[in-house]
Design a protein around this ligand. Structure first.
Ligand code: ACO
Ligand code: ZN
Length: 226
């Protein structure tokens, strides 16, 4: 079929001249005018969105050698709420979420990881929940590649039909593509567990991930087993 042939050709060309922008992380083909244009459009908007100028009143909930985590609550000053929304929009865009509104906006806690270059490189949105459905372990991974492809694309993870007690729902977790695999998501989650409920440290069973992506599932599986 003509369509699939065309797809293969396009993919080949993309692979051939693919560049990753070292500031915004976008992968594009530098010798393709259309791609170049899309990158220019994206680049500055993205960097403006993750830039953190610093606030007089910020709620620092954790500090590390390579950055800090701040917490933004719905009743915080407008500039703080606006920044949290801006970063959440970037995460949603990457996750393919259509809906930008939160299920319970008045109760959402947004955690932002700010690095030493004053960029927001991580965002986690936690909401109180009562119950959740556990994502079941996928049997026979890789056995049937085509099925896995389908599962990945449709996020059709098998969930248990039995609701379980949970307290904290992670509705979004996102780390800037150029800052992944540096335990930023791990540290954001550890921080959520320590401060989500006053006076107690949440167990890994008391937190639940909503609608995880393939990346999210790999991370969650690792995090929950360690
Ligand atoms: N592939 C395989 N294992 C992974 C991956 C991956 N892509 N990501 C994390 N892990 C595992 C690893 O074992 C890792 O430890 P290691 O680096 O020592 O091997 C461990 O999880 C801890 O990873 P972190 O470094 O803490 O995770 P990171 O900061 O890279 O963030 C995240 C992970 C948030 C999933 C990131 O990849 C991301 O933002 N992806 C795009 C957005 C996304 O899909 N988010 C999840 C949506 S689900 C939801 O929001 C409920
Ligand atoms: Zn760029």
């Amino acid at each position: 079929k003509l369509d699939s042939d065309q797809l293969i050709i396009d993919a080949g060309q993309k692979q051939f001249g693919a560049t990753t922008c070292s500031s915004c992380g976008m992968v594009y083909s530098a010798d393709n005018p259309e791609d170049n244009f899309q990158h220019t459009q994206f680049h500055q908007r993205f960097l403006d969105s993750i830039k953190y100028v610093g606030w007089k009143k910020e709620r620092v909930v954790a500090e590390f050698w390579d950055g800090k985590i701040i917490l933004v609550l719905p009743d915080d000053p407008k500039y703080a709420v606006k920044k949290a929304e801006e970063v959440r929009r970037i995460a949603d865009n990457e996750l393919g979420f259509q809906q930008v509104t939160l299920s319970r906006p008045t109760q959402a806690k947004t955690f932002l990881f700010i690095n030493t270059d004053r960029l927001v490189v991580g965002c986690l949105v936690a909401e109180p929940i009562r119950q959740a459905y556990r994502v079941l372990e996928q049997p026979d991974q890789n056995k049937d590649m085509r099925k896995d492809d389908f599962m990945d694309r449709h996020r059709a993870w098998c969930c248990s039909t039995v609701p379980e007690q949970a307290l904290c729902g992670i509705s979004r977790i996102w780390v800037f593509s150029l800052a992944r695999r540096q335990a930023i998501a791990t540290r954001m989650l550890d921080t959520v567990r320590s401060i989500f409920m006053f006076g107690s440290y949440l167990t890994k069973e008391e937190i639940a991930f909503s609608d995880p992506t393939p990346d999210g599932k790999l991370f969650a599986t690792k995090y929950c087993n360690t």
